[in-house]
Ligand binder design. Sequence first.
Ligand SMILES: [Zn+2]
Length: 242
Amino acid sequence: MSELAAMPEDWTKALAIVAHPDDMEYGAAAAVARWTRAGREVAYLMVSRGEAGIDTMSPEACAPVRDAEQRASAAVVGVTSVEFLDHPDGVIEAGVPLRRDLAAAIRRHRPELVITLNRRDHFMPGNWNSADHRAVGESVLDAVNDAGNRWIFPDQVAEGLEPWGGVRWVALAASPEATHAVDVTDSIELGVASLLEHRAYITALTDEDPETYARDLLTGFAAGVGERFGTQYATTFELINF
Ligand SMILES: [Zn+2]
């Protein structure tokens, strides 16, 4: 396995763009907690409300539950700005309409760092990543370029949204081709608490006690990465430079 470099921390503002409520909470949220505690600003943008994520709940009933759980989960790690684009959960399409929405958000938030989830075919050899994660990851990378070009989606510029070419990196969490890591030894408990806020989702997912599930899963991942990175706990990102 290749060596992991430390994630850059010379930035002040990040925007995390993911397909679903809970996508940030399976590892990245502990890094977010570390960053917000150090005075950095992180905002969340969810492409869907995760309304197709609970087998026993209809999308209509599920959407407001997952919306509320995501806001509570974000608050635990110091994130107060949580927005939803309402693309349809499960059938999110990569392409120009999504890039348009994402470019508008990037132009509005003006982040230096954009965070998203693994867009590759798998998280580990032998499994298959979801269509939504692949679609959103690809569109996020494209939208970062779009946001800086005034001739792409010029209607947004005409309406007063200035182009934003200030994104320096996109960091993809949980990628099988991770290049960087963050020491989350001091913030792993906030990461666990953040995942635990997705209680309706976790309860439907497993018969295990939710707290045991969240702690075992996150500390298990983070201890493995920590071993590679030289800290007790750590979480990884694949970093793309812009
Ligand atoms: Zn997801």
